[in-house]
Design a protein around this ligand. Structure first.
Ligand code: ADP
Ligand code: AMP
Length: 214
């Protein structure tokens, strides 16, 4: 099964993508996590990406598309995958469609996690991230067992630089300009499913699995 998660920054794409990956035994591929791992590792790609991420801007398509297409060509992706944070622009979506077409494949679902802007800033200011394993928490809605410590790997949790309110506003503007048009793109492809992302996170997951099946 090949799935795309769509939605504003902070809508809950990563939270749901991890649960989908676990239930259906497919890899969770987050372009944001790949960029953050590169920043942590001090790679050239990481340094290039950081300049854009810190400003709340998108990393340019010429960097992002090749990186994602390489990742989905790896051996663990033969049984499908869940994409989180890609595509974010029409050219990214078109490149993905074309690359899959060439292999005689197509995406199965684009799941749009719908959350209004008003709820996003609260979510992002409470988000805590583990930069070591990619796990995400919320100080109120999905708290770790021990404050500030990742349940999964024991590393310290951080407030991402780009989750500060001023950057979140910028990211929301970028989302509306560049990413929201993908909702129509995937509606036209006939694979769009919209879920209400304001529900409690296990309820959102139930709505998603009702569509994906057991
Ligand atoms: P995205 O990957 O779309 O940027 P995340 O999955 O990281 O978003 O979620 C953003 C924040 O909101 C996190 O702190 C997460 O724990 C929290 N969150 C996710 N889903 C819900 C939900 N349904 N209700 C309340 N908080 C949520
Ligand atoms: P995320 O972890 O999905 O919230 O992404 C964090 C940041 O990484 C974004 O604000 C962008 O700067 C960058 N990024 C992640 N995925 C993409 C993408 N598909 N295209 C461009 N930039 C991206």
């Amino acid at each position: 099964m090949k799935i795309i998660m769509l939605g504003a920054p902070g809508a809950g794409k990563g939270t749901q993508a991890k649960k989908i990956a676990e239930k259906y035994g497919i890899p969770h591929i987050s372009t944001g996590d790949i960029f953050r791992a590169n920043i942590k590792g001090g790679t050239e790609l990481g340094m290039k990406a950081k300049a854009y991420m810190d400003q709340g801007q998108l990393v340019p398509d010429d960097v992002t598309i090749g990186m994602l297409l390489d990742r989905i060509s790896e051996a663990d992706c033969t049984g499908g995958y869940v994409l989180d944070g890609f595509p974010r622009t029409i050219p990214q979506a078109e490149s993905l469609t074309e690359a899959l077409n060439q292999r005689g494949e197509k995406m199965d679902y684009a799941i749009n996690v719908d959350v209004p802007d008003e709820a996003i800033v609260t979510r992002m200011s409470g988000r805590r991230a583990c930069l070591s394993c990619g796990a995400t928490y919320h100080v109120v809605y999905n708290a770790p067992k021990s404050e500030g410590i990742c349940d999964a790997c024991g590393e310290a949790l951080v407030l991402r630089d780009d989750d500060k309110p001023e950057t979140v506003q910028k990211r929301l503007t970028v989302y509306h300009d560049q990413t929201q048009p993908l909702i129509n793109y995937y509606q036209n492809e006939g694979i769009l499913v919209t879920v209400d992302g304001t529900k409690e996170l296990n309820e959102v997951f139930k709505d998603i699995t009702a569509v994906l099946g057991a």
